[in-house]
Design a protein around this ligand. Sequence first.
Ligand SMILES: C[S@@+](CC[C@H](N)C(=O)[O-])C[C@H]1O[C@@H](n2cnc3c(N)ncnc32)[C@H](O)[C@@H]1O
Length: 220
Amino acid sequence: MKEFDPVAYTNMVKEFQQNNDPFGWFNSIYTDAEGDYKAVFWADLEPNPYLLNWLEDYIVDPEGCTAVVIGCGVGDDAEALSEAGYAVTAFDISPEAIRLCKNRYPKSRVDYLLADLFDYPSPWNESFDLVYECNTIQVLPGKYRIQARDAMISLLAPHGHILVSCRSRLTGEQEDDIPLPLDKEEIDGFVRCGLNEQSFAAYDDTQDPPVPHFFATYKK
Ligand SMILES: C[S@@+](CC[C@H](N)C(=O)[O-])C[C@H]1O[C@@H](n2cnc3c(N)ncnc32)[C@H](O)[C@@H]1O
């Protein structure tokens, strides 16, 4: 297994982006983990606590509802949604990520699939009661961030919810960072697209030093 080197990581991502292959590097992160989901450096290996809180507080019974997890990584959040009662589709653009999920959860009820947010199967259009994304918009460059937001909204069934969990930054700061955290103006794009903001949390995580985050929920 390769040691995580932040400088090498940034250079590698920039090289893919400069070569007009902005998604080509994702699979290499999972391939470098050599089949060990614990070796994927961005995986928390536990469900997002803000997702768990939302599931606990949400008043509607998720039984019979559908959820889609964008860029599911190694699957912790998809499994949490499934445990809560959703029929979950979880997809990632990385074949190796999907292989890791299937090996990690051989008896899962989650449907783990290889798919691209920007070219998803057409029957998915407006078909999910819950669309969940954690830390995927922030790893996309430029125009793909807006396209990702729009694609997420297009997956949403009438009256469905979108949950967005991401790193955050102040406008004008960290503009060259990879990943590039979302600022308030960017995440408010979900409201400008006509969704109703149901909740919004700005918080620091438990890392040292702490990393600022947003967790926002919207309803169609
Ligand atoms: C930073 S990781 C976050 C993974 C996971 N959601 C988590 O919180 O640990 C971003 C994920 O998005 C996936 N991804 C990037 N672009 C994608 C796309 N166009 N369609 C589907 N998945 C994508 C990557 O392969 C990667 O697994």
